[in-house]
Design a protein around this ligand. Structure first.
Ligand SMILES: [Zn+2]
Length: 228
């Protein structure tokens, strides 16, 4: 009887050990899967720790001025998404898996960073459409991070509405004078429209609308709203 129970205990212990290993294997596989899916984020951080460019340092200071907290800025060649040139990715922010939270990272296309450098060197280059768009791009990405009240925003249309309202402050954080930045923001709001699905301005993106951040720059600068 004693022998029999010892024999049966042995395979039971082995089975438990196997189950333990299986559990560990699942955890290791899950950790590897997360690491694999987030390898771009690991890349962003590794880049920031090892080889940050002068432009990235300046843009991180800009981000800190606007948001009051630290954000990583990574400039690299972001691939086009699709064949439509109007939806070329000029900036993006990675999302933490299974949450609606954003990593404190702003990715900008190399070309966008070069144009932002031009603006930082000489804000009058903002009269050039491509430089103006680059300033809107960083304002857009910063507005994703900030949202309405610091909790982030994933909706593109809302983010663009916040971005145009923050444009004057962003331009000033990039080195423009208040007078120049206000005029730059007003002019941009007059002509700004991005006819890309998901980015269309809502009718609430207006002075006194529900998307008004009440920043009191020129009573709120808003883009021409597209109805219907
Ligand atoms: Zn966006």
């Amino acid at each position: 009887m004693a022998k029999h129970s010892e024999r049966s205990r042995e395979p039971k212990a082995k089975r438990e050990q196997l189950i333990n290993w299986a559990y560990r294997g699942v955890w290791v596989a899950a950790a590897l899967a997360v690491a694999f899916s987030q390898r771009d984020v690991i890349d962003d951080v590794a880049h920031a720790l090892t080889s940050k460019t002068e432009a990235e340092k300046s843009l991180e200071e800009t981000a800190h001025t606007v948001l009051g907290r630290n954000i990583l800025v990574h400039c690299f060649d972001i691939p086009d998404k699709g064949s439509d040139p109007s939806i070329k990715t000029r900036g993006e922010i990675p999302v933490i898996p299974m949450t609606n939270k954003l990593y404190p990272i702003i990715r900008l296309d190399t070309v966008t960073c070069e144009r932002l450098e031009m603006f930082m060197d000489d804000p009058s280059t903002g009269e050039n459409e491509s430089v103006r768009d680059a300033v809107m791009d960083i304002s857009h990405e910063l507005s994703h991070q900030q949202g309405r009240d610091g909790n982030g925003e994933l909706d593109e249309s809302l983010t663009d509405c916040y971005a145009i309202q923050r444009l004057s402050g962003v331009a000033q954080a990039l080195g423009a004078s208040e007078t120049f930045a206000e005029e730059f923001s007003r002019k941009t709001a007059e002509v700004y429209q991005r006819n890309v699905s998901g980015y269309e301005m809502s009718a609430e993106c207006r002075d006194g609308g529900t998307e008004d951040l009440d920043l009191h720059t020129y009573g709120g600068n808003f883009p021409p709203v597209q109805f219907g």
